[in-house]
Design a protein around this ligand. Structure first.
Ligand code: SF4
Length: 265
């Protein structure tokens, strides 16, 4: 059984490794950043949740893959802490971002945290691969102002080679968000030799433009800053021989997206 099978099996969703958030809002957290500047508008209180079904070759946080490697937190305690920063975050146009790992491994916990943030009048963002998009029900999506959607590749073969998962669920989620008119910032990690095929990128850019709800595209140059974590976990970092893209290469890809869509200034 693969990691993905394990996470998505009905048994796991009752607590073994899938969504173990309880009705009272307890979940598994890797870490909290109280003043993040890279995960949505303004300054953000970012909660990195534990658990992820994918195994991206460039993952910066392989220590988030297993839910139980995190620590248990109550949603009400996190929301109380968030409340201490609420006034400041609001003044910056920021709010709460749930990231990971993959937050949608714990949808009930996400729901409790986003509900709490909305109760504080805060902007909310979900940073997700979309692979578990079916885990996000209508109530959860209603409390999310923005989805930071990582579309890691636009070709099934590339996506599988890069992540170990399949592309279909992410596209289905993207299309559901489009139907709902939910704002999306698309993220694309540029990895030389893996996700730098220009025709594939142009097809993704055209697809994203046609969705009609993608407000911005961030092209993120691959880097290996998380490689040491793989070593600490005794895992083989398969991109050890891959160099980051040059600024020229990155700009070329940004230009492809620009021809179709807006992107970060
Ligand atoms: S989706 Fe994110 S956390 Fe999960 S393996 Fe990929 S990069 Fe790592």
């Amino acid at each position: 059984m693969t990691n993905i099978d394990r996470l998505l099996s009905p048994a796991s969703m009752t607590g073994a490794e899938g969504d173990s958030s309880s009705p009272c809002g307890e979940g598994w957290v890797h870490s909290v950043e109280t003043c993040g500047a890279a995960d949505g508008p303004g300054l953000r209180y970012v909660v990195f949740l534990s658990g992820c079904p994918l195994r991206c070759r460039y993952c910066h946080n392989p220590d988030t893959w297993h839910m139980r490697d995190g620590h248990g937190e109550r949603a009400d305690a996190l929301v109380a802490d968030l409340g201490r920063y609420a006034g400041f975050l609001k003044r910056t146009g920021g709010g709460l971002t749930l990231s990971g790992g993959e937050p949608l491994v714990q949808p009930a916990f996400c729901r409790a945290l986003f509900r709490g943030a909305k109760g504080l009048g805060l902007h909310t963002a979900l940073d997700t691969s979309g692979f578990l998009g079916t885990q996000a029900d209508t109530a959860l999506l209603a409390d999310i102002d923005l989805v930071l959607l990582d579309i890691k590749a636009f070709n099934e073969e590339t996506y599988q080679a890069l992540t170990g998962g399949s592309l279909g669920p992410t596209l289905a989620f993207a299309e559901r968000l489009a139907t709902l008119g939910k704002p999306v910032w698309l993220r694309y990690v540029l990895v030389p030799g893996l996700t730098d095929d220009r025709a594939e990128i142009a097809a993704l850019a055209a697809y994203a433009a046609a969705l009609g709800n993608v407000e911005r595209v961030d092209v993120l140059p691959y880097h290996d800053l998380g490689a040491h974590k793989w070593a600490l976990l005794n895992k083989t970092y398969r991109l050890a021989d891959t160099n980051p893209p040059t600024e020229v290469e990155t700009q070329r890809v940004r230009d492809i997206f620009d021809r179709h869509l807006p992107r970060a200034a």
